[in-house]
Design a protein around this ligand. Sequence first.
Ligand SMILES: *Cc1c(COP(=O)(O)O)cnc(C)c1O
Length: 427
Amino acid sequence: MELEQMYASMGISSKVFRFGQAVEESLKERFSAIDRTAEANQLKVLSAFRKEKLSESHLSGTTGYGYNDTGRETLEKVYADIFHTEDALVRPQITCGTHALYTALAGNLRPGDELLSPVGAPYDTLQEVIGIRPSNGSLAEYGITYRQVDLLPDESFDYAGIRKAINAKTKLVTIQRSKGYSSRHTLSVGQIGELIRFIKGVKPDVICMVDNCYGEFVELNEPSDAGADMVVGSLIKNPGGGLAPIGGYIAGRADCVENAAFRLASPGLGREVGATLNVNRSFFQGLFFAPTVTAGALKGAIFAASVYEKLGFEVHPKAAEKRHDIIQAITFHKPEGLVAFCEGIQAASPVDSYVRPEPWPMPGYDSDVIMAAGTFVSGASIELSADGPLREPYTAYFQGGLTYDHAKFGILLALQKLADQGLAPII
Ligand SMILES: *Cc1c(COP(=O)(O)O)cnc(C)c1O
């Protein structure tokens, strides 16, 4: 069989290949449901391009101050259409997801205001933004206080606790959709909608912001369809479609987006400045690809969960669980397992495939961390990547893949590395 031989020539034994084929065969129905979501989301994106009359002139950018950048203005209208919001800010000057979230928070909060997270601790980097871990320039240093209500032991919302936490100072509520590196489940858009309805019932004028990282285009709706006042994310994750080389977005209520724009640039200038240099084309084209790229990454995550669950490893979410983001956690309980997995992902990469990832002491972590990422855009986690801290329970966080075929090869090569070392029960 030709395909089997090609895999063999790339180091995949016929046992591993056939195991993978059998797993894939069992996923046909789930994959076709994902394809239907991608199809609907592709139409949503195309419809916005058509409505805003995207033209060739929008694909080139501006320099200097960036006044009258019609490409940038059209892109922002397209984002607002897709997220069904009044407005959007989509900029290469937003350096990453953390910066987008910081800009949204700092632009909309004033000294004396309080920020609430009703879904437990936010993503690591946000803890320094807020000042949960003391940090130079944090919101705490500007007199913005913070409250947190954890999820209940069964991972449901602590409505009584949330009601108690909301007070006269509560100005903004931040809701993280994806589990990130925590062990809770990822929230569905439906669950986020329920939570926002409850919060608005207690205090109607509170701003509800959703950290939408890794969640875009996974479902048919976005949190902004479920009542969120702002949705915020990174362009080197789902919505950049693998082509955006940098950037972030904030879509939402016009006044909230405006506040963020003044924070990003400067009071008085706001959204009027910000040259796009040469990124407009990749922002548009990446967005065009984003629904199918996200679908490929989702299929890869489900394939990985199914492969490793069948072999007896703990996976989170479980293979059969409904998906609300593209992250897959696989637990090895052995450092060699985590390292072998990451080596396989790295070796399968289009860039730096010959490099061997080594655990290193990353700032902000209390143990060494191993990372595998052979990406076209540095650090882009919509591309196939895996990482994990070298400590119990030795969990690899795996995500991305610009094509499902690449994700599949990475997962099989990782399995081969584990099998070769006797770390996976496949002979
Ligand atoms: C990636 C991510 C962030 C931060 O984005 P960076 O681009 O790494 O700064 C914030 N929240 C969640 C849930 C994320 O997945």
